[in-house]
Design a binder for this molecule. Structure first.
Ligand code: T4K
Length: 373
């Protein structure tokens, strides 16, 4: 039976006939993975497209994150946000690191530089911020803290494909940035991820770490893992690069239409960036405040009853999950802004071919909900 529900996202794929020649090449070469020709070409073209020095491709964003922490030999405590997908802090636990949660900024819902500074202890070695919904963190302030306290910065840029500050790609800030190229992201290779780094020495270490630690056929120099991207995903990524600009433009149209139609509904606010640089419109989060007729969960249900499956990204807070909730930094009074956001946020469907009529249906339901109390 066909599922007619509207989901928070719908992956965009290039025309199938354009992908067939790449598939034929893979079938002909029978090089399916382990750094084949598509992998090599995609790494180069992706770095050029993003305006970054080096890219190492991964099979997903989570392995990229876990490997980034290994690449910098991070130890001890890492300051991070509770307002994220659970992969962010799970990557710390997988590396035997202690997450220290700090609160977020009420405007951007990204880690607050002030809260970061207050969380630093003698055990702190790194900061792991997230460019949540693709909105850049306060990268300059975070870099200043990192320099003052001699800390590494690894950005979880899973949402920030193609995002620029006025000074260029947001991925050039910090020591490393990681991307997710998962099906639900702005740019997808089915599953996929990447680490962006600044020098060839670091790239070489990352590339060894993602390939079992191999240097050559018989030499293994480190405790690597298998994080490699396969040729199918790399070939798809290469083709997606042709379409990414138009996909982001189409998302921008959806974003603008939502903002226009939601303006003036009491209690509904949209998260707004600083308007500088280039955004990617990866999510469309709204905050359902106390002045709205019903609470966020009731609006979620109302939309759901009408076939619209919005998502509460990021509720519940990561810090409330069993493996984190006993940490001192997980205390609710330490994370008040994040807690409030998690109780009010609702991410509305956004994808390039979301129809105008569907957007109107969604915003009409939201407008009706405001008088439903
Ligand atoms: N850091 C951050 C900040 C992240 O947000 C993520 C991932 C990561 C790190 C880790 O990166 P990866 O290891 O995943 O590369 C989804 C994604 O699975 C996850 O990648 C993403 N963040 C997270 C925010 O969202 P779920 O559990 O909400 O996905 P799911 O399956 O419920 O999909 C959401 C909706 O998308 C569905 O209702 C239908 C639609 N959909 C989904 C898939 C998979 C499709 O239409 N087609 C599809 O193929 O986690």
């Amino acid at each position: 039976m066909k599922d007619n529900r509207i989901y928070v996202t719908k992956p965009k794929l290039p025309p199938l006939e354009e992908f067939i020649p790449s598939l034929e090449k893979i079938w002909e070469n029978r090089i399916l993975t382990n750094g084949g020709p598509f992998h090599q070409q995609f790494e180069e073209e992706l770095a050029a497209h993003l305006g970054v020095p080096y890219v190492s491709l991964f099979s997903n964003g989570t392995l990229a994150l876990m490997t980034a922490l290994q690449a910098l030999r991070v130890t001890g405590e890492v300051i991070t946000t509770p307002y994220t997908f659970v992969a962010t802090s799970n990557a710390l636990l997988w590396n035997g690191l202690k997450p220290v949660f700090a609160d977020v900024d009420p405007q951007t819902l990204n880690l607050s530089p002030k809260a970061i500074e207050a969380a630093i202890t003698p055990e702190t070695t790194a900061i792991l911020p997230v460019h949540c919904y693709g909105q850049p963190c306060d990268v300059e302030a975070i870099q200043k803290i990192a320099d003052d306290y001699n800390l590494n910065v690894i950005y979880d840029a899973a949402h920030a494909f193609g995002v620029n500050t006025p000074k260029g790609s947001v991925l050039n800030y910090g020591d490393l940035s990681i991307l997710s190229l998962h099906a639900t992201k702005v740019f997808n290779t089915f599953e996929g991820g990447a680490i962006v780094c600044k020098d060839i020495k670091t790239k070489t270490r990352i590339d060894r770490l993602k390939n079992f630690g191999f240097v050559d056929e018989t030499t293994v120099v480190t405790h690597g893992i298998n994080g490699k991207m396969n040729e199918f995903s790399a070939a798809l990524g290469l083709l997606q690069l042709k379409y990414i600009d138009s996909m982001i433009e189409a998302r921008q149209t959806v974003d603008a239409l939502y903002r226009e139609k939601l303006a003036g509904i009491p209690g509904i606010s949209c998260i707004t960036g600083d308007g500088e640089g280039r955004h990617n419109y990866s999510y469309f989060p709204i905050l359902v405040g106390p002045e709205y007729g019903i609470d966020r969960d009731a609006l979620y249900e109302l939309l759901s009853e009408n076939g619209i499956h919005a998502r509460r990204y990021f509720h519940p807070l990561v810090s409330s999950f069993p493996m984190y909730r006993n940490l001192p930094s997980a205390r609710e009074d330490n994370l008040q802004v994040a807690l409030k956001a998690a109780s009010e946020v609702l991410c509305l469907p956004i994808y390039p071919d979301l129809e105008t009529t569907t957007i109107s249906t969604i915003t009409d339901i939201i407008a009706r909900g405001s008088t439903a109390a």
